[in-house]
Design a protein around this ligand. Structure first.
Ligand code: MTE
Ligand code: MO
Length: 324
């Protein structure tokens, strides 16, 4: 059986970007006039009633700037087109352009999240419940995929800690597990045994409470495109991108370390922590450098993806070579 790991498709990373975009345009063109009318580039339906129409979807209102963002002069933000057409979302296929071509079928409304496990406020919460009282912030973050490519992405979201506090974890809760949607009707990828679906990720509770960890609901001030994990996805900027579970439907507080999908599928390659670490190579390639999408020359990968000052305290005393 062919089990595709992120590494089995890595040459998309070196595929010339122009060829890539051309192929996508070709597929769109081939889909023809009818498809254009049906919105191959989908206008997201939205739960954010007040949002005004925006260039690609719907504008999120009242988004504040955050001091935790990268400053624009620090690093250039990737374009909307780059961020929304070069995606990993295996439920929609393993090609980088599959999610942008296929995910428009995903139904993100209504949406609810089941909160379970070691917490006082278990239950089924609508997205509106989850967003009640939260202030949306723009967080411009570096995004480093384990496949050694990277981007800079202007997310819109809110601190994961706010959601966790609302759930009131018990004293026994040490970890948080995130489970994402499986829908056979709209997700062709879940018929392939790439991973055992649903996609599951986890964090230690103190990692999850860190102010840099967010739940994202938007991009470039607009509602999050489906290929990027609408309506609600995790973003943990100091970890490899696969920790950022998309389209979350379940959050569970646990006493024991959850098993995450990539660790389950290839434990010698992907661990639980998955902190970006230029000193710990992937068994099949180096993690010392990366290719920023849109750039030609490689960049050096930064410890904790450049967030070491903020997060290294979480890992004091932990052997980062063993706990990759
Ligand atoms: N449900 C789900 N979440 C997922 C993935 C996936 O395949 N399925 N891919 C992960 C990987 S490997 C990366 S790099 C990021 C990509 O996020 P982006 O497409 O918004 O850049 O999503 C992560 N979250
Ligand atoms: Mo990734």
């Amino acid at each position: 059986m062919l089990i595709k790991k992120p590494a089995d498709i890595p040459y998309s990373e070196v595929t010339d970007r122009k060829l890539y975009v051309n192929r996508r345009d070709f597929i769109r063109a081939a889909a023809g006039v009818a498809a254009a009318g049906a919105g191959v580039v989908s206008i997201s339906e939205t739960l954010f009633a007040a949002g005004q129409p925006a260039p690609h979807g719907r504008k999120l209102d009242g988004v504040k700037k955050s001091p935790l963002s990268l400053a624009p002069e620090q690093e250039k933000t990737n374009t909307w087109d780059q961020i929304t057409s070069y995606n990993n979302y295996y439920e929609f296929g393993t090609d980088k352009d599959s999610p942008s071509l296929v995910a428009n079928k995903l139904k993100t409304e209504p949406w609810s999240v089941q909160v379970e496990g070691e917490c006082a406020k278990r239950g089924n919460y609508s997205l509106d419940d989850i967003l009640k009282g939260v202030a949306l912030e723009e967080r411009i973050y570096r995004h480093r995929c384990v496949e050694a490519w990277s981007m800079v992405i202007p997310w819109v979201g809110f601190p994961l800690s706010e959601l966790i506090k609302k759930a009131e974890p018990t004293a026994k809760a040490k970890f948080v597990e995130f489970t994402t949607l499986v829908d056979y009707g709209t997700m062709p990828g879940v018929r392939q045994p790439v991973l055992r679906w649903p996609y599951v990720e986890g964090l230690r509770l103190d990692e999850a409470m860190h102010p840099l960890a967010i739940m994202a609901v938007g991009l470039y001030g607009e509602v999050l495109p489906k290929q990027n994990g609408a309506p609600l996805r995790l973003v943990v900027p100091w970890k490899y991108g696969f920790k950022g579970a998309k389209s979350i439907v379940r959050i569970r507080f646990t006493e024991r370390q959850p098993m995450n999908s990539w660790q389950e599928s290839a434990p010698q390659e992907y661990g639980f922590y998955s902190n970006v670490n230029p000193n710990v190579d992937h068994p099949r390639w180096t993690q010392a450098s990366e290719r920023r999408i849109g750039e030609f020359f490689k960049r050096k990968t930064l410890m904790f993806n450049g967030y070491a000052d903020q997060v290294q305290g979480l890992y004091a005393g932990l052997d980062l070579k063993r706990n990759y």
